[in-house]
Design a protein around this ligand. Structure first.
Ligand SMILES: [Fe+2]
Ligand SMILES: [Fe+2]
Length: 282
């Protein structure tokens, strides 16, 4: 059975403000440098990644003229991803102000996305990568809201990630629905899964190592120990990759089969309740 998405439920919250300033610590996760930079590494992927998602789906906007409900969801998805990208970009700038040199990583990342994936892969594959990456993000988001992943972290980061996670769950089926409409084959969906997984986990690892290499006195031995310590505390890479691939390979898979919308709604309702006037104005 094909689940139904309620388009009225996907809504950006542009009024939200996150407070990252000069007082924000370099090591903000109690798990230490490994855990901190694992999540910082993921943060570094968001702005470019989310803009790639928007471009990939936007390519097909004209083909959604006969599906106004899905088109409305797509517009809300764009607004949410745009806000996510801006907030994570602000955090990247904070990392740079703390002294981390991210230029090498960002140059490689941009070259991969703009110079290779955007240039050489066909639009259906880019859309399929987006749909698969949205699934990995939704799995991670559910974990974030249920496992207390950030209970051990700085409250500002926890607020940012949990808000992002909740909105990811809210719009988790949008790119998948567009893919089902314009390129419904299992082969392209699976190709998108493997290309997306390779890009996400490869770049995430590279970003994490880039940051850990810049921790004073750590060296390669310390770096490996920190990575192992972070993995022992929370094996997020393995957990998300394993569950994400296993679920997505099922031919009958649909993102709404994972019953987690209530988690997102409870969290977002609390955010909205905390700022009713701003929500009204948004
Ligand atoms: Fe996002
Ligand atoms: Fe998303």
């Amino acid at each position: 059975m094909v689940p139904i998405i309620d388009p009225a439920r996907i809504r950006p919250r542009p009024h939200l403000k996150f407070h990252f300033d000069a007082s924000f610590p370099r090591i903000w996760h109690h798990g230490g440098p490994g855990s901190t930079h694992l999540w910082n590494g993921l943060n570094m992927l968001f702005p470019q990644g989310e803009r790639f998602f928007v471009r990939s789906v936007n390519h097909y906007l004209d083909q959604l003229e006969d599906a106004p409900a899905l088109r409305a969801q797509v517009k809300a998805f764009f607004a949410q991803e745009g806000k996510h990208a801006r907030e994570h970009q602000a955090y990247i700038e904070l990392l740079e102000s703390q002294g981390y040199d991210l230029s090498g990583f960002i140059a490689v990342y941009q070259r991969l996305v703009w110079g290779f994936i955007d240039k050489y892969s066909p639009p259906p594959l880019r859309l399929a990568m987006t749909a698969a990456l949205e699934h990995f993000t939704a799995v991670m988001s559910e974990n974030t809201l249920t496992l207390g992943v950030f209970a051990d972290g700085h409250p500002a980061m926890r607020q940012l990630i949990e808000w992002h996670a909740a909105e990811e769950i809210e719009h988790k089926a949008v790119a998948f629905e567009v893919l089902r409409k314009v390129a419904p084959g299992y082969a392209v969906r699976t190709a998108g899964l493997f290309a997306g997984a390779l890009s996400l986990f490869g770049l995430w690892f590279f970003a994490t190592v880039t940051l850990l290499r810049q921790e004073p006195g750590l060296g390669w031995g310390g770096l490996l120990r920190e990575l192992w310590r972070a993995h022992r505390k929370d094996p997020v890479l393995v957990r998300v990759l394993w569950r994400g691939v296993k679920e997505y390979l099922r031919p009958s898979f649909h993102p709404l089969q994972n019953d987690n919308l209530h988690l997102a709604r409870a969290h977002l309702a609390a955010i909205d309740a905390a700022a009713p006037a701003a929500v009204e104005a948004a």
